[in-house]
Design a protein around this ligand. Structure first.
Ligand SMILES: C[S@@+](CC[C@H](N)C(=O)[O-])C[C@H]1O[C@@H](n2cnc3c(N)ncnc32)[C@H](O)[C@@H]1O
Ligand SMILES: O=C(O)C(=O)C[C@]1(C(=O)O)C=C[C@@H](O)C=C1
Length: 257
């Protein structure tokens, strides 16, 4: 990544993604539950960028909102930071030195994140916490980002985590959250799923890979409806919630304390 040529005022569209291609569901012994293990981590950047619609745009949008709502002297926390792709992008985009925290309970993910943020560490204070997010403190944070992570937590843990995030945020603090959701209307859910799977096929996944992944995610990734997720945000204490981006069954919101 050539940091010299990146003007922080530019719309930072280029993500730092490792090139290893996701072929996990091409072969191997399936079905088995999906897990963020070493095999997944090795190909994760390719997997998520080919599997989440508008992934690059969502992270870019989160970087813009984070820069705008960041309060000097506080922390910016990425929950479920995976290989550090968002924090690396944000680190290039923030104009002033900041404290950036990545939380993830997968040690292999954080090993990749450490490598990815080597140069960013020369600009910002970087901290990685390998723990369940629900065990962590969010005190003195002005921005918390949680993209495509709540969906993997037990339902009762999601509400507890969002309440803890709300209480840890400083006044005027921002939560940026993205999730896979389900339509409350069965016919729409079928149509959206068909279009989402066509999106995956367009990105090079074979039908067998798509089916095997879907089976592996059963009961591992548990989506809510938009309305359920928004209600959970209000129940956590947030008083302003708005949606920013949605394509197929993936949506992003911002919430203000
Ligand atoms: C789909 S990935 C998130 C993608 C990432 N936010 C991004 O935008 O590239 C979900 C991540 O959440 C992590 N995770 C799952 N359950 C967690 C928990 N209870 N606490 C912290 N991290 C968790 C996984 O290890 C994985 O890295
Ligand atoms: O729902 C799916 O089929 C996906 O592949 C989505 C999803 C996600 O939303 O996190 C699932 C697992 C991986 O983390 C990458 C993408």
């Amino acid at each position: 990544m050539n940091y010299d040529k990146l003007d922080p005022e530019l719309y930072p569209t280029k993500l730092y993604l490792s090139p290893e291609k996701d072929k996990l569901f091409e072969k191997g012994v399936w079905p088995k539950p999906f897990a963020f293990n070493q095999d997944v981590v090795n190909v994760f950047d390719n997997m998520i960028s080919r599997s989440v619609p508008l992934y690059q745009e969502v992270l870019t949008c989160a970087a813009h909102w984070a820069r705008e709502y960041y309060q000097p002297g506080t922390r910016i926390i990425d929950v479920g930071c995976s290989t550090g792709t968002f924090l690396e992008l944000l680190g290039r985009f923030l104009k002033q030195n900041a404290t950036l925290v990545g939380i993830d309970n997968s040690q292999p993910m954080l090993e990749k994140a450490e490598q990815k943020l080597v140069q960013i560490k020369q600009i910002h204070q970087i901290e990685f916490i390998c723990d369940k997010a629900e065990n962590c403190s969010f005190e003195n944070s002005s921005v918390v980002v949680i993209n495509y992570t709540l969906q993997f937590l037990p339902l009762q843990v999601r509400q507890l985590l969002l309440r803890t995030i709300y209480e840890g945020l400083v006044p005027g603090g921002l939560l940026f959250v993205s999730e896979k959701v389900k339509s409350p209307y069965p016919q729409f859910q079928e149509t959206i799923t068909r279009h989402y799977e066509a999106f995956k096929a367009h990105n090079g996944y074979a039908r067998t890979e798509i089916e095997r992944k879907k089976e592996a995610l059963e009961n591992v990734l548990v989506p809510l409806t938009e309305a359920q997720q928004v209600q959970m945000l209000y129940d956590s204490g947030f008083n302003q919630v708005d949606s920013l981006i949605k394509l197929h069954n993936f949506i992003s919101w911002v919430a203000l304390k």
